[in-house]
Design a protein around this ligand. Structure first.
Ligand SMILES: C[S@@+](CC[C@H](N)C(=O)[O-])C[C@H]1O[C@@H](n2cnc3c(N)ncnc32)[C@H](O)[C@@H]1O
Length: 209
């Protein structure tokens, strides 16, 4: 999704935000053809960075209109998508309606997520900068807890958020920050769960279809 059309915001400050007005923005944003182009570019870069096998269970967190998810749905056995905006979730649901391997997750306050869900990859692409700091920190803990052994967390975030990710998800093995073309303020950060404790769902690849 276009950082220009979606109102790019990179948190370079260490001060907490006081109020989050972005929800109203996402709830009325209209689709633009450029979002698809950006999604293709992002997914191509992901494949180049992570390799062709993204894993059996992938979560696209903050999925927006679902352009990235639509590309991923053709590649992964089970894809979970979530967006905090009702409008965005509805748009993503329409786009992904033909894919039986996709499940739309509702906000945890509305419907709790499967407790036993363990993911091979959690993608958070250009979402964190729209969160309040506490919310970001809370999600970091949840993303880490949802990773299967060997699972990866791919954060496209502002450079200033790297230390927070390292600190809160200190159990993950973090890659060096990968640069994003034409951006000096954003990086792609990969955290891998090196724990070898057995996933509750291992061997049940299609449990959530
Ligand atoms: C710039 S768009 C990115 C969409 C998608 N990840 C992509 O790469 O095309 C940001 C999305 O993050 C969602 N978002 C913002 N805050 C969120 C939050 N706290 N939890 C989940 N999604 C959120 C917005 O509703 C919006 O759809």
């Amino acid at each position: 999704m276009s950082r220009t059309h979606c109102g790019d915001r990179v948190d370079t400050s260490d001060e907490p935000l006081v109020e989050n007005h972005w929800h109203e923005y996402w709830d009325r944003l209209e689709e633009h053809v450029f979002f698809r182009v950006e999604a293709e570019d992002y997914v191509a870069r992901l494949a180049a960075t992570l390799g062709p096998d993204l894993g059996a269970r992938v979560l696209d967190f903050g999925c927006g209109f679902g352009f990235v998810a639509e590309l991923l749905a053709r590649k992964v056995p089970a894809l979970f998508v979530f967006d905090t905006s009702d409008h965005m979730r509805r748009q993503a649901q329409l786009r992904l309606a033909g894919y039986a391997n996709v499940r739309i997750l509702l906000p945890p306050a509305v419907a709790s997520w499967p407790e036993e869900l363990r993911l091979d990859l959690v993608l958070v692409n250009s979402v964190v900068q729209y969160m309040m700091r506490d919310e970001f920190h809370g999600w970091l803990g949840r993303w880490q807890a949802m990773l299967a052994p060997g699972g990866r967390l791919a954060l496209l975030i502002g450079t200033s958020q790297r230390d927070q990710a390292h600190q809160i998800c200190s159990d993950l093995a973090w890659s060096a920050p990968l640069p994003i073309p034409l951006s000096t303020s954003r990086i792609l950060l990969l955290g891998t769960n090196l724990s070898c404790s057995k996933s509750v769902t291992s061997g049940q690849n299609n449990a959530y279809h």
